[in-house]
Write a protein that binds this ligand. Structure first.
Ligand code: ADP
Ligand code: MG
Length: 689
């Protein structure tokens, strides 16, 4: 056990300086080194004779050096070592550039194994440049096997890293603790820990590599599932407050529209959950504009009607402000008191709200993560709602939950999360899907255009504004800071500059600008003007990405659209088409290249958020999409939270079964697992609750 936690600098051959280089790779302990998995492998197991060697790929040949290597200096002062090697089938000319020392390492008449690509035609004149080699007497270290390729940083080479990993493996010996309980390992048909670590770094063959990978992926997900399961266990056993079910039509009657069937269903499910003392943990998933806010509001209303309080968390100040007014309007018929707590308020204002909250005078408190500060306390918190959950880490959710007596939790998200992943992140989370848009919604027509379209676009903007509509324009940057990415990359539009340009183009129109560097108060003021209709064109950064609801807005223009992820563009597009007006989304991009085009075309042809995030996943890869920033899970070493979905499912099931009979992992055979779980929780203390 101990050896795993030992610092790398004490490993044979590492030392102070190399340890620093390893630290830069995130490797501090022997455990880290063993968990620094190769990113690829080089298959050096295939041998050919010189005559038969293919030219497409690198292979091994076994040959003797026919005469002493010759060192020559070629044009530009480059030093070249030339030699000829032969086997029974033929000979090959070998050259090493700028490696003069090779001359001392290869000796005439001795046999070596060379690994590299051969040129020439089989049977004809053959040549090799800079092949890796080893004397036949030492065969098996660099040739005849599968070699790891590690993720590297400057200061440390692949070969050195291989040596350190070897040293780590031999230092640990058979002492790799097996985190998988024997029963789990056997039912899943998985390899033992020692075998897996050996073969993930230095696979005996491709079959062994596969066994090692399978085992390690399973282990990583299993430990994660156990950790999440344990966290959840604490929460689940706690008693919440049962909220008596009431008839939601009492609320619906006060609305200017009829709720959709999907909204009613989600409300009914949440009501049933909250009627229990076991805290609700429900995710409401619905595309942008599907009306999730109403569902949340009805839930808050029923909680308040039972004499309890609700907290409503939004990812941005702008959204918090908007929810405040929506909630106030919707709950007005019932006389609920809704207040907001945000970073932009004065100390005095904050104190007043906090006091009223503690006294139980406030029914619903809206805010951003400011609600999480330690000095905010509720009199009777029974429901925590978080909007656009993908912006919140698991950590924040946990912190807020800790404030009440295990409140019910309602999470709203427009980002579809694959079911199995949701299980790991949220554990026993139940899901309501709002798969129906309010009636009368029209499809937002989407077009991808380039600069040549500018004057027509301006004409279109003007026409819409004259018809009384409002326009959003989103830019990738706040202001021009002179830091262009690459000289040939398209210039990035900044919100402040573009707003100025539009003011020149449209002197008669009212143009506002909003971005993340403004003070919350300033942002609120601009948004209030937009909602009031006194701003025609709002130029902004992606601060308006989520949730902003201005039904009169009919056009969303995105500048440098190639800079945004597909799901993000879909969110931005969701800012329009929310009322009864026909709406458009124009994606402006001057990026050349088929990839950029293909991505934007997805938006033009697909309207369904789920399909778009699938396409996003395909085009960007899971790393970006489910970056740990978004889901709040610790970084995975080998498992891919999206790609290894089947394993995830199996690991989750196995973890649940294990935790059922040993919830605290205190059985002796589960001790190594418990250690791993604790290690994970400790190292992820910043990300997990
Ligand atoms: P999202 O799911 O994206 O958060 P919102 O809750 O902001 O969507 O709702 C989008 C818009 O649709 C709001 O203007 C809201 O008032 C309106 N809306 C919600 N439900 C309905 C409904 N059943 N019928 C008509 N309009 C609705
Ligand atoms: Mg919303």
């Amino acid at each position: 056990m101990e050896i795993l936690e030992q610092e790398v600098r004490y490993l044979k051959g590492v030392g102070e300086a190399r340890a620093k280089a390893l630290n830069r790779l995130g490797i501090y302990s022997v455990r880290d080194l063993l968990n620094h998995f190769p990113r690829a492998y080089e298959d050096r197991t295939r041998f050919f004779t010189i005559r038969d060697a293919p030219t497409e790929e690198a292979v091994c040949i076994r040959a003797y050096v026919t005469a002493p290597p010759v060192l020559t200096v070629v044009r530009g002062g480059k030093r070249l070592v030339k030699l000829r090697a032969a086997d029974e089938s033929g000979s090959v000319d070998i050259a090493y550039f700028n490696m003069p020392y090779i001359r001392e390492q290869l000796h005439a008449g001795e046999r070596y194994l060379f690994y590299g690509k051969l040129t020439g035609t089989p049977g004809g004149l053959r040549a090799m440049t800079n092949p890796d080699f080893e004397p036949e007497s030492r065969a098996g270290e660099r040739t005849g096997r599968i070699l790891p390729r590690y993720p590297l940083r400057s200061g440390i080479g692949n070969r050195a890293l291989m040596g350190y990993v070897r040293a780590a493996l031999s230092a640990v010996g058979n002492g790799v603790p097996d985190a998988l309980p024997p029963a789990v390992r056997e039912t899943q048909g998985l390899a033992q820990a020692r075998y897996a670590y050996e073969n993930i770094h230095f696979p005996a063959d491709l079959g062994a590599l596969e066994l090692a990978r399978r085992r390690l992926i399973f282990e990583e997900l299993f430990v994660l599932a156990c950790a999440m399961g344990q966290l959840r266990g604490t929460r689940r056993s706690a008693d919440g407050t049962a909220i008596p079910q009431r008839d939601p039509s009492e609320f619906y009657r006060t609305l200017p529209f009829a709720p959709t069937g999907a909204q009613k269903r989600a409300v009914a499910q949440a009501f049933a959950d909250m009627a229990d003392t076991r805290p609700m943990n429900r995710l409401v998933q619905g595309d942008v504009g599907s009306g999730k806010t109403l569902v949340a509001t009805v839930c808050a209303w029923t909680v308040c009607a039972a004499g309890r309080q609700a907290a409503f968390m939004a990812p941005t100040e702008i959204l918090a402000e908007q929810h405040l007014s929506t909630l106030r309007a919707l709950t007005a018929p019932f006389g609920l008191r809704v207040e907001k707590l945000s970073g932009g308020m004065t100390a005095k204002e904050k104190r007043a709200v906090k006091d009223a909250l503690r006294a139980g005078e406030i029914d619903i408190l809206v805010g951003t993560h400011a609600l999480l500060t330690a000095d905010v306390s509720f009199a009777a918190l029974s429901l925590v709602i978080t909007d656009e959950q993908h912006r919140f880490g698991v950590q924040q959710r946990g912190a807020l939950s800790a404030k009440g007596e295990t409140p019910h939790v309602l999470v709203m998200s427009a980002t579809p999360i694959p079911r199995t992943l949701a299980l790991i992140i949220y554990g026993d989370l139940d899901v309501s899907v709002i798969d129906e848009l309010p009636p009368g919604r029209q499809k937002v027509d989407t077009f991808a255009v380039d600069e040549r379209y500018r004057s027509r676009l301006n004409g279109f903007i003007e026409k819409l504004v004259r018809q009384g509509r409002q326009v959003f324009v989103v830019c990738p940057k706040v202001e021009d800071d002179g830091t262009e990415a690459a000289p040939d990359a398209p210039k990035l539009k900044s919100a402040t500059d573009h707003a100025a340009a539009l003011r020149e183009t449209f002197p008669a129109l009212r143009i506002g600008c909003i971005h993340g560097r403004m003070k919350p108060k300033e942002k609120d003021a601009v948004m209030a003007d937009v909602v009031a209709g006194t701003i025609d064109i709002l130029v902004s950064t992606t601060v308006i990405e989520v949730g902003v609801d201005v039904p009169n807005a009919a056009l969303m223009v995105v500048e440098n659209a190639e800079r945004f992820g597909l799901s993000q563009l879909h969110q931005l597009r969701g800012r329009v088409g929310r009322g009864m007006h026909k709406s458009w989304c124009i994606l402006v991009s001057n990026a050349q290249g088929e990839d950029a085009r293909a991505r934007l075309d997805v938006l033009c042809s697909i309207n369904d958020g789920f399909q778009i995030s699938e396409a996003d996943l395909r085009l960007r890869g899971p790393g970006d999409f489910f970056g740990s920033r978004q889901h709040g899970l610790p970084e995975m070493h080998i498992a891919d939270l999206c790609g290894d979905m089947n394993v995830l499912q199996a690991a989750q099931t196995a973890a649940q079964a294990l935790l059922r009979y040993d919830p605290t992992l205190s059985e002796p055979e589960n001790a190594p697992l418990r250690a791993q779980v604790e290690h994970l929780l400790a190292s992820a203390a910043g990300t997990l609750n």
